[in-house]
Design a protein around this ligand. Sequence first.
Ligand code: FPP
Length: 248
Amino acid sequence: MSLKKKINLKQLPKHIAIIMDGNGRWAQKQGRDRTFGHQSGVNAVREAAESAAELGIEYLTLYAFSTENWSRPKSEVDALMSLLVNTIEKETPTLNKNNICLNAIGDIESLPEESRNQLLKTIENTSENDRMTLNLALSYSARWELTEAVKLIVNKVNNGILNIDQIDQELINDHLNTAGMPDPELLIRTSGEYRISNFLLWQIAYAEFYFTDTLWPDFTREDLYKAILNYQCRERRFGKTSEQLLNV
Ligand code: FPP
């Protein structure tokens, strides 16, 4: 039986987050420069987005550029930014064909003007699509996001819009970039690294982690199916005991 057919469609994660890692090593293994790895990573992005949407995943969040990535060599940052602009522009018809809405989380203001404008244009042009939200984390880090949320909340308290007693987990959720989205139930990281790298630290409180040695450009739809099947074998207890879960 194909892996896709083994997936229980009634127990799909609503939200999958992916740390796409290994583009540089993939390219270097072939004696090519790192940019070639990022370019090849775009095919894996397309395949992951299409296959997730086909299955019925509602949100797919991809870590495309972290706050820390700004300290890479300028030539690599420039290449990544122009790849993002070109890809986002080129892929708009495919996003529309697949009924996928593009969204971005992160410090979008810090992106070069051209990248930011293209991103905002595609977000606008795909905003009516409702099969899946493809969330690109760009110039994103969880500590940045949490710091911004704290500033927003403190500002509201200082201006008398909020009372301190009203601060609870739901209110914090509402001030994150992911406001209105369910938390990811499954977090995938490629390339054999076992780190979270400042990604969605608040939102992954109860996520199941799936690590694979596959380098991002080699990540196919079959790898996504494998990760989902693995997730479906996990017992998600949320702090309860196995016995308690059986009695629900
Ligand atoms: C990590 O690999 C990958 C990135 C920092 C960039 C991810 C970007 C893409 C997949 C291409 C464009 C994406 C979109 C959404 C259009 P790495 O460079 O850290 O690899 P390494 O660990 O092997 O050095």
